[in-house]
Write a protein that binds this ligand. Structure first.
Ligand SMILES: [Zn+2]
Length: 113
């Protein structure tokens, strides 16, 4: 959260636009998609994100049924211990409606010095 440019892996800061917690090195906020840095060095230091994991699926209740749903994201470490759990959204799907959910993990490759 400091103004230093040499950041430790996993260091975070708050997006000034939407208040989401984002990686210190991020150039663009993954939540609101707005640019986070406007300094002249940003272009030369631009960090490309890659997405090694992405899934997408659609659900639709059977005819005549209404479903309520919880969109829950759980992150576990190598030991299977939860390191994060976030209820993203709850909602209802009346007959004939559907929702598509997409989950992407974006990574910023480590910086070489
Ligand atoms: Zn944002």
């Amino acid at each position: 959260m400091s103004a230093t440019r040499s950041t430790a892996p996993g260091a975070t800061r708050t997006c000034p636009h939407c208040r989401a917690t984002v990686l210190e090195r991020a150039v663009k906020c993954p939540q609101c998609q707005k640019h986070l840095r406007f300094d002249p060095n940003a272009n030369t230091k631009t960090v490309e994100t890659v997405s090694p994991f992405r899934v997408e699926g659609t659900i639709q209740p059977p005819d005549g049924e209404t479903w309520e749903y919880n969109l829950l994201v759980v992150v576990r470490n190598a030991k299977g211990e939860e390191v994060a759990r976030q209820l993203v959204e709850v909602g209802a799907l009346p007959p004939g409606e559907q929702r598509t959910f997409a989950l992407a993990v974006e990574v910023l490759p480590s910086s070489r010095r």
